[in-house]
Structure formats: structure tokens, C-alpha cells
Design a binder for this molecule. Structure first.
Ligand SMILES: [Zn+2]
Ligand SMILES: [Zn+2]
Length: 141
């Protein structure tokens, strides 16, 4: 998608946050790539244009964008590779605070059919379910 600086500025102004070069670069990066980048991916791209920017600034800006609905944070499992020695069918309980992943012996019912998506460039093979919440330790904190 081609996106102009004016369009980026407008998006920030619509959300009533001040327009800074950092925010513009980060938003541009998010709006022009489709690989669901991590905060680090964004940082690596943005620092080429703004060498003085810190990772912390990028991260905080992304969090702000999430709160403002400019960005959606997807599955925290995708941020860092996670490995599972348990290959039997089971479901994951994912702690949204500490990203701990616990196994639970429960399965999405087999009878649930794959949605008919009619997408030319994607073939659905599986529906995966994860349960998000807080682990016991984070609940106690
Ligand atoms: Zn936790
Ligand atoms: Zn597991």
C-alpha cells in the first residue's frame, strides 16, 4: 500500500496524539508491510531512517498505537518462537502477562468444520484454539 505522509499525519491527528517523526516512521512501517512484524522488526526498519531512535521508544509507541486502535497485537506466541515437547492433541493456556504457556487436556471439538472461506490464495487445513488469560502467579501478583 502506498501511503503518503499526509495520510499518516491524519491518522495520528484523528487519534488526538501529537505527530512526531518517530511516530510517523513507525506508523509508516506498520502500514506498508504485511508480515506481522515484531517490535524488533519495526525497530530495525525505523532506525535506518532515524538512527537515534531507541528500541524502547519503538516498543512504547507500538503499545500506544494498540491502545488507540491503530494496531492490533496478535497472538503473543508469534513474538518469539516457542517449542512444545507434547505432540499429543491438546490446548494451550497462554498467560497474557508473563507469556507462560500451559497445557490443558481439552480439545476444540473435532466436529467443528473448517470455515468455508473461498479464498483463492489460502487453503485452510486446521483451526487452532488458544485460551488466553492469567496464570496463577500473575493472578497472585
Ligand atoms: Zn503469568
Ligand atoms: Zn503444549
Amino acid at each position: 500500500m502506498k501511503i503518503t505522509p499526509e495520510q499518516l499525519t491524519k491518522r495520528l491527528k484523528e487519534r488526538h496524539i501529537s505527530v512526531t517523526p518517530q511516530r510517523l516512521e513507525i506508523l509508516k512501517s506498520l502500514m506498508t508491510r504485511y508480515d506481522h512484524p515484531s517490535a524488533d522488526n519495526i525497530y530495525q526498519e525505523v532506525r535506518r531512517h532515524l538512527p537515534m531512535i531507541s528500541f524502547n521508544t519503538v516498543y512504547k509507541t507500538l503499545e500506544t498505537f494498540c491502545q488507540l486502535g491503530l494496531v492490533v497485537k496478535i497472538n503473543p506466541l508469534h513474538e518469539v518462537a516457542r517449542y512444545d515437547g507434547n505432540v499429543n492433541p491438546h490446548t494451550h493456556l497462554v498467560c497474557t502477562r508473563c507469556h507462560k504457556v500451559l497445557d490443558v487436556d481439552w480439545q476444540w471439538p473435532d466436529e467443528v468444520p473448517l470455515p468455508t472461506l473461498n479464498l483463492a490464495d489460502f487453503q485452510a487445513t486446521e483451526v487452532a484454539v488458544q485460551i488466553f488469560g492469567l496464570c496463577r502467579k500473575c493472578l497472585a501478583d
